[in-house]
Design a protein around this ligand. Structure first.
Ligand code: KIV
Length: 286
């Protein structure tokens, strides 16, 4: 296994693939989570536009803006030293001209301090990927189920199930690699298709619902720790029920406030006797 003491780079990620060492990526959207995720040893953090759903309460990623992404990316990058932070380009931030896309990608790096950006789409995005890479912006592709196209796809469904769709995914992956992408997320793709793509390209594939044949895995933090995450798709593994722990803690706090068990002498500050005497007047202590 390649020891990682220095910050993760795109070259290190590629080496992980060559040495068949799995890459662990997880989302984070704020300072404390990013700090914990780095301490837990994640290689990469994705500031995903999934924040629209799990943090901001929208029912899709579509309402997420550049301002949202920059705000959350800044919080995450302030927290980490070694973890490679990728920020999602939100809906419509890269669907106009290539120049607009490059400008928005640059903002996520210059203002958010992300190390790279992620874009959803296939070969049609090759010109944008090439221009970003020429400008020094590492780009991660994202194919398969692309949540920003949920209304076009007709729902959150597994993609690439027939030979035509699987072949198109393979071609998209190759086009993204040729354009200069440093890695590709494969979301909700049959494991056989994901494995074929992974062995056909030289850059790492990071799977979510795409099986063990990918070079790495990514999951949404709130799903992994069960933090008020209402949906638990088949591909998610829940490692801890932090939502239950938070609820238990807050329930006990509310109950102790109402029963006056909290605060106790352990949790208060006291004024000097002189101050109390002046404040309450003579006989205050009797
Ligand atoms: O926004 C996100 O969290 C993502 C992952 C699901 C890959 O794009």
């Amino acid at each position: 296994m390649t020891e990682r003491k220095a910050p993760v780079t795109t070259a290190w990620l590629r080496k992980q693939k060559q040495e068949k060492q799995p890459i662990a990526m997880i989302t984070a959207y704020d300072y404390p989570t990013a700090k914990l995720v780095e301490e837990a040893g994640a290689d990469m953090i994705l500031v995903g536009d999934s924040l629209g759903m799990v943090v901001l309460g929208y029912d899709s990623t579509i309402p997420v803006t550049m301002a949202d992404m920059i705000h959350h990316t800044k919080a995450v990058t302030r927290a980490v030293k070694r973890t490679f932070v990728v920020a999602d380009m939100p809906f419509m931030s890269y669907h106009g001209t290539v120049e607009e896309g490059v400008k928005n990608a640059g903002r996520l790096m210059q203002e958010g301090l992300a190390k790279a950006v992620k874009i959803e789409g296939g070969s049609e995005l090759a010109p944008l990927v090439t221009r970003c890479v020429q400008a020094g912006i590492p780009v991660m592709g994202h194919i398969g189920l692309t949540p920003q196209s949920v209304h076009q796809l007709g729902g959150y469904k597994v993609q690439g199930k027939n030979i035509a769709a699987a072949t198109k995914l393979l071609e998209d992956a190759k086009a993204l690699e040729a354009a200069g992408a440093f890695a590709i997320v494969l979301e909700c793709v049959p494991e056989e298709v994901a494995a074929k793509i992974s062995e056909s390209i030289g850059i790492p594939t990071i799977g979510i619902g795409a099986g063990a044949g990918c070079d790495g895995q990514v999951l949404v933090f709130h799903d992994v720790v069960s933090y008020a995450s209402e949906i638990q798709p088949k591909f998610v593994k829940k490692y801890v029920d932090i939502g239950r722990l938070i609820k238990d803690g807050v329930e006990r706090y509310v109950s102790e406030v109402k029963s006056r068990e909290f605060p106790t002498a352990d949790h208060v500050f006291t004024a000097s006797e002189e101050t109390v005497a002046k404040l309450y007047g003579e006989g205050a202590k009797e």
